[in-house]
Design a protein around this ligand. Structure first.
Ligand code: TRP
Length: 459
């Protein structure tokens, strides 16, 4: 049976908007609001942001188009899509390993993602209770520390988040969060704008602006470049099959190029707004930009504690973060669940529960990484310095597995699939195709390889 004429067994998006919403829902998440600001702070600001934006443009966007293309061409779970396309092109069966690597990376990411999403859930309750009214930097920090040093609390929230994720995944793509995303995403953008508006009143707005956009390249190490590139993959949900799995449900008549630009544009906008909201607060209260994973939880409550209607806005904001995390989380286990449904003949419900339980279990390691295991660290000389369980999962997935997945996707689409087939699937203007094809064949893979080699100090 030729792949062109087979509908996905998991259903189809109702149209272009549905796909854009679901893929944007996957892309926009904790990566934009929680991770982007804190790694920007850890890596010195402006220069890091520029490298990140370059990676989005030269690697992220081309690879996203390639990944959607593979997904739609295959129409199956990423593992079976890769197996089938490799067979069609007479390539080695090992190419299905790409699907496997992605599915496993997805589980590992979700295991810690869920713990952080749990923090956001805990914060909706704290916001609503009014504890942050009039909070100082010290007050906000101690509330954060009280939460993260309590493993039982973290475990309870992590469990709750995994439960709601499994609930949605088990119901399948069309009945999932498609409808909620439609108005929650715009609302999130509006809330961020309100926060940016508040940031302009802190007296440190220009300082924040400079920090984000004025590049000081002396602060940029080769590790920072690896983190920036890894984050370009993470924030766009690339390199592990999530977007490939979603692409499988994409109708044939929709332009992959246009949708990619919209998704990447929205994602970048949300991240930059989050940065613009947070850094002025950091500087206005003499806090350290390099506060690590707690950055937004230590800063944003101060803002909400001081603004009019802060309790209302603050609660709403953290509810929106939870939703953003939720729509991302479902895409992290979709590849594995879809594979179990196809190959093991399991119902979606059973597959979601099994995978969810496994992910929940691995997540316990991250729960403990913020308290009892915080100091349980190890190092690989020259590569990772004293990282604990959570840091290890984050570095392994975002900085290694996702870019590696992206590299393989670029090589497969750019060099191993026939140009004719690729052109057929992409169906875009001639010039745009030429530019994209050059990027995916040469620029993106070479950049990924160079950044890797630099990071291990090979060059
Ligand atoms: N992009 C999401 C975020 O920024 C996280 C995410 C969802 C993801 N699906 C993914 C990351 C697949 C890597 C791969 O929060």
């Amino acid at each position: 049976m030729s792949s062109e004429f087979r509908l996905s067994m998991h259903g189809q998006w109702s149209g272009r908007l549905a796909f854009i919403l679901a893929a944007t829902g996957s892309a926009v998440g904790l990566g934009n609001i929680w991770k982007f600001p804190y790694i920007t702070g850890d890596n010195g600001g402006g220069a890091f942001v520029i490298v990140y934006l370059i990676c989005i443009l030269l690697i992220g966007i081309p690879v996203m188009m390639a990944e959607i293309l593979l997904g739609r061409k295959g129409g199956l779970s990423p593992i079976n899509t890769m197996a089938m396309l490799a067979r069609e092109e007479n390539r080695h069966w090992l190419w299905r390993g790409l699907g496997w690597m992605g599915a496993i990376a997805g589980l590992l990411i979700l295991s810690y993602y869920s713990v952080i999403a749990g923090w956001a859930m805990a914060y909706t309750v704290r916001m609503a209770s009014g504890v942050f009214v009039g909070a100082t930097a010290d007050g906000a920090t101690s509330i954060f520390v009280a939460l993260t040093s309590d493993p039982e609390r973290l475990l309870a929230w992590h469990t709750l988040f995994m439960l709601i994720t499994m609930m949605v995944v088990s119901r399948g793509v069309q009945h999932g969060l498609e409808k909620a995303v439609r108005f929650l995403m715009p609302l999130l953008l509006i809330m961020l704008l309100i926060l940016v508006g508040y940031a302009t009143t802190t007296g440190a707005f220009t300082e924040g602006l400079n920090y984000l956009f004025y590049p000081d390249f002396s602060k940029l190490s080769s590790d920072s470049v690896l983190v920036a590139m890894g984050h370009a993959f993470f924030t766009l949900s690339l390199g592990m099959g999530a977007i490939m799995a979603y692409g499988a449900y994409l109708p044939k008549n929709i332009s992959i190029a246009k949708t990619t630009f919209m998704i990447a544009g929205a994602d970048t906008l949300v991240a930059l707004f989050a940065g613009l909201a947070i850094f002025p607060i950091v500087f206005a209260h003499q806090m350290a930009p390099a506060a690590g994973p707690g950055l937004i939880f230590k800063t944003l409550p101060i803002a909400f504690g001081q603004m009019d209607y802060g309790i209302l806005f603050g609660t709403l904001f953290f509810v929106l973060i939870v939703f953003a995390a939720w729509t991302s989380a479902i895409s992290l286990i979709e590849p594995m669940v879809a594979w179990l449904v196809e190959n093991k003949n399991l119902s979606r419900i059973k597959a979601s529960v099994y995978i969810g339980m496994l992910t929940w279990f691995i997540g316990i390691g991250s729960v403990l990484s913020f308290n009892v295991w915080e100091k349980a660290t190890w190092s690989i000389p020259g590569l990772f310095q004293s990282i604990n369980f959570f840091d290890t999962l984050d570095a392994l997935t975002a900085n290694i597995l996702l870019p590696l997945g992206g590299l393989f996707i670029a090589v497969f689409v750019g060099h191993l699939m026939s140009r004719r087939k690729v052109l057929e699937e992409l169906d875009t203007q001639a010039l745009l195709f030429k530019i994209w094809y050059a990027l995916i064949r040469y620029v993106s893979p070479l950049l990924i390889i160079i950044v890797f080699l630099k990071a291990i100090k090979f060059i």
